[in-house]
Design a protein. Structure first.
Length: 122
């Protein structure tokens, strides 16, 4: 199984467990916000991690992929903030906090699945 698939499975588990842990403490609007954040964080993070893995062996490509992934995550948070705050929904705060929290947790998970392949080591 590739690193991206293993990371994807772990990411779904982390986001799922985080959502389940928060669920009993949230109202209906906040629950929708957490689900929305999970639905946004997972695909954005998976694409960013996949690009990062693809450019693993190239210094310039890797740095560009890393910086681009960070920029995409920041733009995702900014876009969601703009949309949910403009809509005036009740779950805006929970959506934004969950999105930032999911991105942070998934970023901490990356190094575990980003080890070099045995063929890439000396």
């Amino acid at each position: 199984m590739s690193a991206s698939l293993r990371y994807g499975a772990a990411a779904v588990a982390v986001v799922g467990l985080g959502t389940l842990a928060l669920w009993p403490f949230l109202g209906p609007a906040a629950r929708q916000g957490v689900l929305l954040a999970a639905g946004i964080a997972l695909p954005v993070q998976m694409v960013a991690f996949g690009v990062l893995v693809r450019f693993r062996g190239r210094v310039k490509g890797f740095m560009a992929a890393w910086a681009g992934g960070m920029a995409v995550r920041a733009l995702a948070v900014a876009a969601v903030a703009f949309i949910v705050l403009r809509s005036g929904g009740d779950g805006a705060v929970s959506t934004l906090l969950s999105l930032a929290g999911f991105f942070f947790a998934l970023l901490l998970l990356e190094p575990i699945y980003f080890r070099p392949d045995p063929t890439e080591t000396a």
